[in-house]
Write a protein that binds this ligand. Structure first.
Ligand code: RP5
Length: 164
């Protein structure tokens, strides 16, 4: 069974990352979600990657803040795509996490999305786009979603637009 695996470094990341799991639920995409830290529980993180792959995880999403090494630790443990979501907070309000997540050495990619809520949502979309390469039903749902978004822009504009 193919699924998306979401790992958060701390329970304090959960509120933001619910924006990620909510999107997956809207599209009926199966996921696992756990808390495991690259620093506080390195062995648990390592063991989880292996067990998740054996169960069918096809894409990993890692959310972490501050000296955010979780996405990099996942990338070190799997050749499946890893999406990193930097979390806000700490003395630098997420800039530290963003740079830690995005600045991977060559050959060990982490697809880093935006800080905070937009990143959590986009991580779900990017994971689904990866799954949709081989899942035609999901690919159709993603196309339909784009059409809905486009219509919403047009409708929003109609409410406020001024044209000559
Ligand atoms: C990171 O440190 C976590 O991902 C979290 O974003 C940040 C702070 O963690 P807590 O001290 O709130 O548990 O490892």
């Amino acid at each position: 069974m193919d699924f998306v695996s979401i790992i958060m470094g701390s329970k304090s990341d959960y509120e933001i990352m619910q924006n990620c799991s909510n999107v997956l639920e809207q599209f009926n995409v199966k996921y696992e979600l756990i808390i495991s830290s690259a620093h506080r529980s390195p062995q648990r993180t390592k063991d989880y990657i292996k067990s998740a792959e054996e169960k069918g995880a096809k894409v990993f999403i890692a959310a972490a803040g501050m000296a955010a090494h979780l996405a990099g630790a996942l990338a070190a443990g799997t050749t499946k795509p890893v999406i990193g979501v930097p979390m806000k907070g700490g003395a630098m309000d997420g800039m530290d996490a963003m740079l830690s997540t995005v600045q991977m050495p060559s050959g060990m990619p982490v697809a880093t999305v935006a800080l905070g809520k937009a990143g959590a949502v986009n991580a779900a979309y990017l994971a689904m786009q990866i799954l949709a390469i081989t899942d035609k039903e999901l690919a159709v749902k993603l196309l339909e979603d784009r059409i809905i978004k486009e219509k919403a822009v047009v409708n929003d504009s109609k409410e406020v637009e001024v044209l000559i």
